[in-house]
Ligand binder design. Structure first.
Ligand code: SAM
Length: 280
Protein backbone atom coordinates (compact mmCIF):
# COMPACT_ATOMS: atom_id res chain seq x y z
CA UNK A 1 0.00 0.00 0.00
CA UNK A 2 2.96 2.32 0.61
CA UNK A 3 3.96 1.82 -3.00
CA UNK A 4 0.49 1.99 -4.54
CA UNK A 5 -0.67 4.87 -2.33
CA UNK A 6 -4.37 4.51 -3.08
CA UNK A 7 -6.05 7.93 -2.88
CA UNK A 8 -9.63 9.13 -2.56
CA UNK A 9 -11.39 9.37 -5.88
CA UNK A 10 -8.80 7.42 -7.86
CA UNK A 11 -9.23 4.49 -10.22
CA UNK A 12 -7.40 1.37 -9.07
CA UNK A 13 -7.10 -2.10 -10.53
CA UNK A 14 -6.43 -5.22 -8.52
CA UNK A 15 -5.46 -7.47 -11.42
CA UNK A 16 -5.42 -10.57 -9.17
CA UNK A 17 -8.23 -9.82 -6.77
CA UNK A 18 -8.26 -13.40 -5.39
CA UNK A 19 -10.10 -13.46 -2.08
CA UNK A 20 -10.20 -9.68 -1.85
CA UNK A 21 -7.61 -9.10 0.88
CA UNK A 22 -5.55 -6.45 -0.89
CA UNK A 23 -8.63 -4.99 -2.57
CA UNK A 24 -10.28 -4.48 0.82
CA UNK A 25 -7.29 -2.51 2.06
CA UNK A 26 -7.14 -0.45 -1.15
CA UNK A 27 -10.84 0.41 -0.76
CA UNK A 28 -10.28 1.43 2.84
CA UNK A 29 -7.51 3.81 1.82
CA UNK A 30 -9.67 5.13 -1.04
CA UNK A 31 -12.12 6.25 1.63
CA UNK A 32 -15.30 5.17 -0.14
CA UNK A 33 -14.58 7.25 -3.24
CA UNK A 34 -13.38 6.41 -6.73
CA UNK A 35 -13.49 2.99 -8.29
CA UNK A 36 -11.76 -0.33 -7.81
CA UNK A 37 -11.80 -2.90 -10.60
CA UNK A 38 -10.99 -6.42 -9.41
CA UNK A 39 -9.96 -8.99 -12.00
CA UNK A 40 -9.41 -12.71 -11.57
CA UNK A 41 -9.47 -15.65 -13.95
CA UNK A 42 -10.84 -17.88 -11.19
CA UNK A 43 -14.63 -17.63 -10.88
CA UNK A 44 -14.65 -19.28 -7.46
CA UNK A 45 -12.23 -16.64 -6.14
CA UNK A 46 -14.45 -13.89 -7.53
CA UNK A 47 -17.41 -15.24 -5.58
CA UNK A 48 -15.38 -15.08 -2.37
CA UNK A 49 -14.17 -11.56 -3.22
CA UNK A 50 -17.72 -10.44 -3.98
CA UNK A 51 -18.86 -11.63 -0.56
CA UNK A 52 -15.86 -10.03 1.19
CA UNK A 53 -16.01 -6.58 -0.41
CA UNK A 54 -18.73 -3.99 0.05
CA UNK A 55 -20.20 -3.49 -3.41
CA UNK A 56 -20.00 0.30 -3.63
CA UNK A 57 -17.08 1.46 -5.76
CA UNK A 58 -16.18 -2.10 -6.77
CA UNK A 59 -16.52 -3.84 -10.12
CA UNK A 60 -15.39 -7.47 -10.37
CA UNK A 61 -14.61 -9.08 -13.69
CA UNK A 62 -13.81 -12.66 -14.69
CA UNK A 63 -10.85 -12.34 -17.07
CA UNK A 64 -7.17 -12.98 -17.48
CA UNK A 65 -5.13 -9.92 -16.66
CA UNK A 66 -3.55 -10.03 -20.12
CA UNK A 67 -6.98 -8.60 -21.12
CA UNK A 68 -6.85 -5.75 -18.62
CA UNK A 69 -7.18 -3.13 -21.39
CA UNK A 70 -10.31 -4.81 -22.80
CA UNK A 71 -11.81 -5.05 -19.30
CA UNK A 72 -11.34 -1.35 -18.65
CA UNK A 73 -12.42 -0.50 -22.22
CA UNK A 74 -15.71 -2.36 -21.72
CA UNK A 75 -16.25 -0.28 -18.57
CA UNK A 76 -15.40 2.89 -20.55
CA UNK A 77 -12.46 3.61 -18.26
CA UNK A 78 -9.41 4.85 -20.08
CA UNK A 79 -6.77 4.97 -17.36
CA UNK A 80 -5.82 3.96 -13.84
CA UNK A 81 -3.99 5.55 -10.91
CA UNK A 82 -2.68 2.27 -9.60
CA UNK A 83 -2.47 -1.38 -10.61
CA UNK A 84 -1.60 -4.30 -8.36
CA UNK A 85 -0.49 -7.79 -9.36
CA UNK A 86 -0.20 -10.42 -6.62
CA UNK A 87 0.82 -13.35 -8.78
CA UNK A 88 0.48 -17.08 -8.44
CA UNK A 89 -2.20 -19.12 -6.77
CA UNK A 90 -4.52 -18.26 -3.90
CA UNK A 91 -5.02 -20.20 -0.70
CA UNK A 92 -8.42 -21.17 -2.06
CA UNK A 93 -6.82 -22.82 -5.08
CA UNK A 94 -4.20 -24.59 -2.97
CA UNK A 95 -6.44 -25.75 -0.17
CA UNK A 96 -9.89 -26.21 -1.72
CA UNK A 97 -10.38 -29.86 -2.67
CA UNK A 98 -10.65 -30.63 -6.35
CA UNK A 99 -8.42 -27.93 -7.87
CA UNK A 100 -5.45 -30.27 -8.30
CA UNK A 101 -2.65 -27.85 -7.37
CA UNK A 102 -1.35 -29.55 -4.26
CA UNK A 103 1.04 -32.50 -4.47
CA UNK A 104 -0.02 -33.93 -1.15
CA UNK A 105 -3.60 -34.51 -2.31
CA UNK A 106 -5.11 -37.52 -3.98
CA UNK A 107 -7.23 -35.50 -6.36
CA UNK A 108 -7.31 -35.27 -10.15
CA UNK A 109 -4.39 -33.36 -11.66
CA UNK A 110 -5.93 -30.15 -12.95
CA UNK A 111 -4.13 -26.89 -12.01
CA UNK A 112 -6.23 -24.65 -14.25
CA UNK A 113 -6.90 -21.33 -12.53
CA UNK A 114 -9.75 -20.81 -14.98
CA UNK A 115 -11.59 -24.10 -15.26
CA UNK A 116 -13.71 -22.88 -18.16
CA UNK A 117 -10.79 -23.02 -20.63
CA UNK A 118 -7.57 -24.70 -21.64
CA UNK A 119 -5.73 -27.93 -21.05
CA UNK A 120 -5.25 -29.40 -17.59
CA UNK A 121 -2.05 -30.73 -16.01
CA UNK A 122 -3.47 -34.21 -16.62
CA UNK A 123 -3.53 -33.50 -20.37
CA UNK A 124 0.03 -32.16 -20.25
CA UNK A 125 1.59 -35.13 -18.45
CA UNK A 126 -0.30 -37.71 -20.49
CA UNK A 127 0.04 -36.23 -24.00
CA UNK A 128 3.17 -34.05 -24.30
CA UNK A 129 6.31 -35.61 -25.78
CA UNK A 130 9.15 -36.55 -23.46
CA UNK A 131 11.28 -33.78 -25.00
CA UNK A 132 8.64 -31.16 -24.38
CA UNK A 133 8.09 -32.33 -20.81
CA UNK A 134 11.83 -32.18 -20.17
CA UNK A 135 11.95 -28.64 -21.52
CA UNK A 136 8.99 -27.48 -19.42
CA UNK A 137 10.44 -28.99 -16.24
CA UNK A 138 13.81 -27.42 -16.97
CA UNK A 139 12.61 -23.99 -18.12
CA UNK A 140 9.64 -23.43 -15.83
CA UNK A 141 10.67 -25.53 -12.84
CA UNK A 142 14.44 -24.98 -13.03
CA UNK A 143 14.44 -28.68 -12.19
CA UNK A 144 17.86 -30.32 -12.40
CA UNK A 145 16.31 -33.78 -12.69
CA UNK A 146 14.06 -32.65 -15.57
CA UNK A 147 15.13 -35.36 -18.03
CA UNK A 148 14.85 -38.12 -15.46
CA UNK A 149 11.40 -37.04 -14.28
CA UNK A 150 10.12 -36.67 -17.88
CA UNK A 151 11.43 -40.16 -18.67
CA UNK A 152 9.69 -41.56 -15.59
CA UNK A 153 6.42 -39.83 -16.51
CA UNK A 154 6.49 -41.32 -20.02
CA UNK A 155 7.37 -44.80 -18.71
CA UNK A 156 4.55 -44.65 -16.18
CA UNK A 157 1.88 -43.43 -18.60
CA UNK A 158 2.66 -46.32 -20.98
CA UNK A 159 1.20 -48.57 -18.30
CA UNK A 160 -1.73 -46.32 -17.40
CA UNK A 161 -2.62 -42.61 -17.55
CA UNK A 162 -1.36 -40.48 -14.66
CA UNK A 163 -4.51 -39.21 -12.99
CA UNK A 164 -3.80 -37.74 -9.57
CA UNK A 165 -1.51 -35.23 -7.92
CA UNK A 166 -0.15 -37.88 -5.59
CA UNK A 167 0.80 -40.19 -8.47
CA UNK A 168 2.78 -37.41 -10.12
CA UNK A 169 4.39 -36.43 -6.82
CA UNK A 170 5.50 -40.04 -6.33
CA UNK A 171 7.10 -40.11 -9.78
CA UNK A 172 9.07 -36.93 -9.01
CA UNK A 173 10.11 -38.30 -5.61
CA UNK A 174 11.22 -41.54 -7.25
CA UNK A 175 13.37 -39.62 -9.76
CA UNK A 176 15.05 -37.84 -6.84
CA UNK A 177 15.57 -41.17 -5.08
CA UNK A 178 18.81 -41.37 -3.13
CA UNK A 179 19.59 -37.70 -3.77
CA UNK A 180 19.72 -37.09 -0.02
CA UNK A 181 17.35 -35.08 2.12
CA UNK A 182 15.67 -32.28 0.18
CA UNK A 183 15.01 -28.80 1.55
CA UNK A 184 11.73 -28.76 -0.36
CA UNK A 185 9.47 -31.63 -1.46
CA UNK A 186 10.97 -33.26 -4.59
CA UNK A 187 7.73 -32.55 -6.50
CA UNK A 188 7.74 -28.79 -5.82
CA UNK A 189 9.54 -27.79 -9.01
CA UNK A 190 7.59 -30.25 -11.15
CA UNK A 191 4.32 -28.82 -9.89
CA UNK A 192 5.52 -25.24 -10.40
CA UNK A 193 6.54 -26.04 -13.98
CA UNK A 194 3.22 -27.66 -14.85
CA UNK A 195 1.25 -24.83 -13.29
CA UNK A 196 3.16 -22.27 -15.34
CA UNK A 197 2.58 -24.27 -18.54
CA UNK A 198 -1.12 -24.97 -17.89
CA UNK A 199 -1.89 -21.32 -17.11
CA UNK A 200 0.53 -19.66 -19.54
CA UNK A 201 1.74 -17.69 -16.53
CA UNK A 202 4.84 -16.07 -18.01
CA UNK A 203 3.22 -14.80 -21.21
CA UNK A 204 0.24 -13.58 -19.13
CA UNK A 205 2.62 -11.59 -16.96
CA UNK A 206 4.43 -10.01 -19.90
CA UNK A 207 1.14 -9.00 -21.54
CA UNK A 208 -0.30 -7.72 -18.24
CA UNK A 209 2.74 -5.53 -17.56
CA UNK A 210 2.75 -4.13 -21.10
CA UNK A 211 -0.92 -3.19 -20.88
CA UNK A 212 -0.53 -1.70 -17.41
CA UNK A 213 2.08 0.80 -18.53
CA UNK A 214 -0.28 1.96 -21.27
CA UNK A 215 -3.18 2.28 -18.83
CA UNK A 216 -1.44 4.08 -15.99
CA UNK A 217 -2.04 7.81 -15.72
CA UNK A 218 1.02 10.00 -15.19
CA UNK A 219 2.12 9.57 -11.56
CA UNK A 220 0.13 6.32 -11.37
CA UNK A 221 1.80 3.36 -9.73
CA UNK A 222 2.23 -0.32 -10.38
CA UNK A 223 3.12 -2.91 -7.74
CA UNK A 224 3.91 -6.53 -8.48
CA UNK A 225 4.35 -9.34 -5.96
CA UNK A 226 5.94 -12.47 -7.39
CA UNK A 227 6.71 -15.80 -5.77
CA UNK A 228 9.43 -17.37 -7.87
CA UNK A 229 12.54 -16.18 -9.64
CA UNK A 230 11.20 -16.60 -13.19
CA UNK A 231 8.39 -14.14 -12.52
CA UNK A 232 10.58 -11.77 -10.56
CA UNK A 233 13.13 -11.73 -13.38
CA UNK A 234 10.44 -10.75 -15.89
CA UNK A 235 9.22 -7.91 -13.65
CA UNK A 236 12.76 -6.68 -12.95
CA UNK A 237 13.73 -6.61 -16.64
CA UNK A 238 10.44 -5.08 -17.67
CA UNK A 239 10.79 -2.22 -15.17
CA UNK A 240 14.41 -1.68 -16.14
CA UNK A 241 13.59 -1.44 -19.85
CA UNK A 242 10.60 0.85 -19.22
CA UNK A 243 12.85 3.09 -17.10
CA UNK A 244 15.44 3.33 -19.90
CA UNK A 245 12.64 4.22 -22.31
CA UNK A 246 11.47 6.96 -19.94
CA UNK A 247 8.08 5.37 -19.23
CA UNK A 248 8.53 4.33 -15.60
CA UNK A 249 10.56 5.32 -12.60
CA UNK A 250 11.48 2.27 -10.52
CA UNK A 251 10.60 2.76 -6.84
CA UNK A 252 12.24 -0.37 -5.46
CA UNK A 253 15.96 -0.69 -6.14
CA UNK A 254 15.83 -4.17 -4.67
CA UNK A 255 12.70 -6.25 -4.26
CA UNK A 256 10.95 -5.78 -0.93
CA UNK A 257 10.96 -9.05 1.04
CA UNK A 258 8.71 -10.00 3.97
CA UNK A 259 10.07 -9.55 7.49
CA UNK A 260 10.67 -12.74 9.53
CA UNK A 261 7.62 -11.86 11.65
CA UNK A 262 5.37 -11.84 8.61
CA UNK A 263 6.73 -15.19 7.43
CA UNK A 264 6.12 -16.69 10.87
CA UNK A 265 2.49 -15.64 10.71
CA UNK A 266 2.08 -16.46 7.01
CA UNK A 267 4.63 -19.04 5.75
CA UNK A 268 3.27 -18.72 2.18
CA UNK A 269 4.81 -15.22 2.11
CA UNK A 270 8.36 -16.55 2.47
CA UNK A 271 9.22 -16.38 -1.23
CA UNK A 272 7.37 -13.11 -1.97
CA UNK A 273 9.21 -10.29 -3.71
CA UNK A 274 7.54 -6.94 -4.25
CA UNK A 275 8.60 -4.43 -6.91
CA UNK A 276 7.02 -1.08 -7.67
CA UNK A 277 7.27 1.70 -10.23
CA UNK A 278 5.68 5.04 -11.12
CA UNK A 279 4.49 6.15 -14.55
CA UNK A 280 6.38 9.16 -15.86
C1 SAM B 1 -1.96 -14.83 -4.66
S1 SAM B 1 -3.61 -14.82 -5.21
C2 SAM B 1 -4.14 -13.18 -4.92
C3 SAM B 1 -4.66 -12.97 -3.55
C4 SAM B 1 -5.24 -11.56 -3.35
N1 SAM B 1 -4.21 -10.55 -3.49
C5 SAM B 1 -5.91 -11.44 -1.99
O1 SAM B 1 -5.57 -10.50 -1.27
O2 SAM B 1 -6.77 -12.25 -1.69
C6 SAM B 1 -3.44 -14.82 -6.96
C7 SAM B 1 -4.74 -14.75 -7.73
O3 SAM B 1 -4.41 -14.33 -9.04
C8 SAM B 1 -5.21 -15.02 -9.96
N2 SAM B 1 -4.49 -15.03 -11.22
C9 SAM B 1 -3.29 -15.57 -11.47
N3 SAM B 1 -2.94 -15.36 -12.73
C10 SAM B 1 -3.93 -14.62 -13.29
C11 SAM B 1 -4.13 -14.06 -14.59
N4 SAM B 1 -3.24 -14.23 -15.55
N5 SAM B 1 -5.25 -13.34 -14.81
C12 SAM B 1 -6.16 -13.15 -13.82
N6 SAM B 1 -6.03 -13.67 -12.58
C13 SAM B 1 -4.92 -14.39 -12.32
C14 SAM B 1 -5.40 -16.39 -9.35
O4 SAM B 1 -6.57 -17.00 -9.85
C15 SAM B 1 -5.48 -16.06 -7.86
O5 SAM B 1 -6.81 -15.91 -7.45
Amino acid sequence: MDILKPERGGVYVDATVGLGGHAGEMLRLMGGRGMLIGIDRDEEALMVAAAALTPENVVLRHASFSRIEDVLGELRIDGANGILFDLGVSMLQLKEPGRGFSFSSDEPLDMRMDRSVGVSARDVVNTYSQERLTQILRDYGEERHAAKIARAIVARRREKPIETCRELARIAAWAYGGAGRQRIHPATRTFQALRIEVNGELSELEAGLDSSVRLLARGGRIAVISYHSLEDRIVKHFFKKAAVEGQLQVLTKKPVRPMPDEVRGNPAARSARLRGAEKL
